[in-house]
Design a binder for this molecule. Structure first.
Ligand SMILES: Cc1cc2nc3c(=O)[nH]c(=O)nc-3n(C[C@H](O)[C@H](O)[C@H](O)COP(=O)(O)OP(=O)(O)OC[C@H]3O[C@@H](n4cnc5c(N)ncnc54)[C@H](O)[C@@H]3O)c2cc1C
Length: 334
């Protein structure tokens, strides 16, 4: 191959980073643009003063054989480990079920390590919000940020954002933009509390029934010297949608009350309390196509909204995207 094309990937979540690392060697210059100050997207990491929380994805499961191979490699590198926490189902303070059969994995020492491990191998530019893709008649794309500043010319562009952002950015290719625009996403309020002393809860996490909460989990990553008990709470999609425009203080208090009701233990005053609203948390109706690519304009899109609303879905979509780009590059640049 004489000339290797350049590729821009927009979004440094798991899909974008998986695609970027899989393409290495195949293309010349792969630059990943991320609007946040760090990579990770909905894997999430939240800092509240001296406390840190994993407020997005909590763990992952594995169903697909390709994903098994990837997870085995991550495990050998020490990036993930099986989660042996005790996970239960809670109803009004009662444990009604104990889930020991599902194999779950977590990042080591925290979920974000999964993306940081990939990001270290990439040419990643953070704090750049790509707002416009301008297709060139001679081929390729010029990228601009939200202030209109030019960010470079690339032969191929991959949009690896959540669906609503992909719908906007992919407007030059109607088929991709329309597919992304049809995807609905759930809302999720996350609440994060640090308690001075360990709460009297024997389990590590629980799926919560009949409550504004769907999930509660003791955060497993603590910096040396910290003995606080940190909990992450996720509200149900229905409750989150209902309170999407509410004041943060109101949401925080309502979710803390729901926590005491769900666990039925003595109330304690948190040392630290925070909330975050994921306005586009998980796709409800993924398109059912692993990734999308338009060969005529060399524009692609990937993410969990293509496949399945979880980490596995994002990784498989990123891989599928890389595979499509490789086939295109072999054909066009051979
Ligand atoms: C609260 C919550 C809990 C979850 N729990 C689990 C769980 O327990 N297990 C599980 O498997 N999955 C879970 N998920 C789902 C999982 O987090 C996602 O499926 C996965 O992280 C999606 O990855 P992605 O790369 O497709 O998208 P994202 O992670 O959303 O990545 C897209 C990236 O694009 C960036 N971006 C967007 N627009 C632009 C732009 N214009 N310019 C530059 N960058 C841009 C974003 O900042 C983001 O970093 C959860 C999600 C949420 C929100």
């Amino acid at each position: 191959m004489d000339k290797k094309p350049s590729v821009a990937i927009i979004g440094a979540g798991l899909a974008g980073l998986t695609c970027g690392t899989a393409l290495q060697g195949m293309v010349d210059n792969i630059r990943i643009f991320e609007k946040s100050i760090f990579a990770g997207g909905r894997i999430g990491r939240f800092r509240a003063g001296e406390y840190e929380f994993n407020h997005g994805a909590q763990y992952f499961t594995v169903n697909n054989s390709l994903f098994w191979n990837i997870v085995s490699a991550w495990q050998s590198e020490g990036v993930v480990r099986p989660w042996d926490g005790w996970i239960v189902e809670l109803q009004k303070g009662q444990i009604i079920n104990s889930d020991m059969s599902t194999q779950r994995f977590v990042g080591v020492p925290r979920m974000l390590e999964i993306v940081e491990n990939l990001a270290r191998r990439c040419d990643l530019v953070t704090s750049v919000n790509i707002a416009e893709l301008e297709h060139q008649e001679s081929g390729g794309w010029r990228l601009f940020n939200q202030r209109g500043d030019y960010q470079g010319l690339f032969d191929i562009v991959i949009v690896a954002t959540a669906a609503h952002q992909a719908a906007e950015l992919c407007r030059p290719v109607k088929r991709i933009s329309k597919a992304a625009a049809n995807v609905d996403m759930t809302v999720c309020w996350s609440a994060m509390f640090a308690f001075e002393r360990r709460l009297d809860l024997p389990y590590d996490a629980a799926f919560v029934l009949d409550s504004p909460l769907s999930w509660i989990s003791r955060y497993q990553y603590a910096e040396p010297g910290h003995d606080v008990d940190c909990w992450v709470l996720h509200a149900t999609p229905e409750w989150s949608q209902q309170y999407v425009a509410s004041f943060r203080g109101r949401v925080m208090n309502a979710l803390l009350d729901a926590f005491w009701e769900a666990t039925d233990i003595a109330v304690a005053k948190p040392l630290s309390a925070s909330v975050h609203c994921w306005k586009h948390a998980q796709p409800i109706n993924p398109i059912g196509e692993d990734s999308l690519f338009d060969e005529a304009k060399a524009l692609g899109a990937c993410g969990d909204w293509c496949t399945a609303p979880r980490i596995e879905g994002a990784v498989l979509s990123g891989f599928s995207m890389a595979d499509r780009v490789m086939k295109y590059v072999r054909k066009k640049y051979a």
